[in-house]
Design a protein around this ligand. Structure first.
Ligand code: NAP
Length: 451
């Protein structure tokens, strides 16, 4: 082999960076070019993790180290599929890994979901995390009662950010828009609602404990909500972590309300309709029963309907991937169909095209889970490399010239580090960990790269 292998990674979130790390470490002849739609890298780490969880965001320091490798290069501000197509890139790469994650919330698919006051978790998370698309989200929080649908960690994140005292948020990197709105928030009650029971919650024990530690907020549960059927009882007995979650929930059910805000947990309810004149005013739930064997129980409607007055609905029921132009898509699962990371079309492997992260396996798992996931993809890619047809233009300079000829104003990692430094300095002036840039044009202007 007289030249290096040329690999492109589309997406700069954790699964993209972990893939780069594996490639660079496992094969000294691999060069990695990483593409990112926005000028700033890190995907979920910057735009998904809640701003009061800076310790989790710190994983980006490890990504900085990966980016220092001379065989790695970053092309920020390049939207593959829009600015340049996958087909246009293929002659420059021996293999391409799609690590584009999942940004879109699953929809409830019920009447009234589009009323003013109804939001998806991805829009709320994007709003408080400086996602350029959600900075102009029309949300006032000038009313009292919120219903969050879903019992996962994202639902807990959202409830926590909506209730945390401003004093605890203002030193974080939360967006200015969100901070200003939260300062005058009138929210008094948040209901977190699950379609199944307390034994089937998806959030983790630590997240639940942290929620319980927020000053000014009581967590309340009607003890009847915690009554388990036989199958759920078995599920809890078989799982120490579920037992601990049940213990925490029981403790909450003994709380006497004394503080200014309240979070309630409601189980066995599926929202069936949202109603209101021009905005959310109430939500109707059907009460459920659980049916099935332990660990396979499904919620079935009982026919009993419950009506709750409310001002905001936030659906936090998981994510799905966006379609990637020219790439197969599994409509049912919202992922790119693949066998262990090799992209497949109607059961046949597409040579040289790979996938990793949430868009490969679905929207489950913590940031660290992307490490073994990307290792599987990278190992298969490396095993395939000697058998793949070599690309037409293997010199990096050819690619860079091509992007320049297309007038694509890409951002290098060094330029991103300037933005990073700017955010840190501006943050220091205001006593924050950093002051985030939320606007792509502003980032480009700071780098003298206005489109
Ligand atoms: P999730 O963990 O899959 O939870 C989704 C919740 O929505 C479940 O309670 C699910 O109930 C419910 N749901 C799904 N479809 C529904 C429907 N049609 N109607 C009503 N309820 C429905 O998803 P997530 O909270 O978005 O989290 C995604 C991943 O990111 C998870 O792996 C999570 O652990 C991770 N994450 C981690 C952290 C952290 O470490 N701090 C923070 C955020 C996210 P069923 O169980 O009945 O399906």
């Amino acid at each position: 082999m007289e030249r290096n292998y040329r690999i492109a990674i589309i997406g700069s979130g954790p699964s993209g960076f972990f893939s780069a790390e594996h490639l660079l470490r496992l094969n000294p002849n691999c060069e990695v070019d990483m593409y990112e739609r926005y000028p700033d890298p890190f995907g979920l780490v910057r735009r998904g993790v809640a701003p009061d969880s800076q310790n989790i965001r710190n994983v980006s320091k490890a990504f900085d180290e990966i980016a220092k490798n001379p065989r790695f290069i970053y092309f920020g501000n390049v939207d593959v599929g829009i600015d340049v197509s996958l087909n246009e890139l293929r002659p420059f790469y021996d293999a391409i890994i799609l690590a584009c994650g999942m940004e879109t919330s699953q929809r409830l698919g019920i009447p009234g979901e589009d009323l003013y006051g109804s939001y998806t978790a991805s829009s709320i998370v994007g709003w408080y995390n400086c996602h350029p698309v959600y900075q102009s989200l029309d949300i006032k929080l000038d009313r009292e009662r919120v219903f969050i649908i879903g019992m996962g960690n994202v639902a807990i994140d959202v409830a926590r950010i909506l209730t945390r005292p401003i004093e605890e948020l203002k030193g974080t990197d939360i967006s200015d828009n969100a901070l200003e709105t939260l300062k005058t928030s009138k929210i008094k009650e948040i209901y977190i609602v699950g379609r199944r029971g307390p034994a089937q919650v998806k959030f983790k024990e630590n997240e639940l404990l942290t929620l319980g530690e927020i000053g000014e907020t009581d967590i309340l549960i009607n003890p009847e909500e915690l009554i388990l059927n036989e199958a759920s009882d078995e599920e809890v007995k078989a799982s120490p972590s579920l037992q601990r979650i049940m213990d925490i929930l029981k403790r909450f059910s003994e709380t006497k309300p004394t503080r200014k805000r309240r979070i309630y947990f409601l189980f066995l309810r599926t929202p069936i309709r949202i109603e209101g004149q021009g905005r959310v005013e109430r939500v109707l739930f059907e009460k459920n029963v659980l049916e099935g064997m332990p660990n396979k129980q499904k919620a079935t409607g009982s026919g009993e309907i419950e009506v709750h007055e409310c001002d905001y609905i936030i659906s936090s029921i998981g994510y799905r991937g966006n379609k990637f132009p020219g790439v197969p898509y599994d409509e049912m699962k919202g992922i790119i169909p693949n066998i262990a990371g090799r992209v497949v079309k109607e059961g046949t492997v597409i040579h040289g095209l790979y996938v990793t992260g949430w868009i490969k396996r679905g929207p489950v798992g913590l940031i660290g889970n992307n490490k073994p996931d990307s290792l599987e993809t990278v190992k298969n890619l490396l095993a395939d490399l000697p058998t793949l047809p070599l690309c037409e233009y293997p010199q990096r300079n050819n690619l860079i010239q091509y992007l320049k000829d297309k007038d694509i104003k890409f951002i290098t990692y060094e330029e991103w580090k300037k933005l990073d430094q700017y955010e840190l300095e501006q943050g220091e002036k205001e006593g924050k960990v950093r002051k985030r840039l939320c606007d792509v044009e502003e980032m480009l202007k700071l780098l003298n790269k206005v489109r």
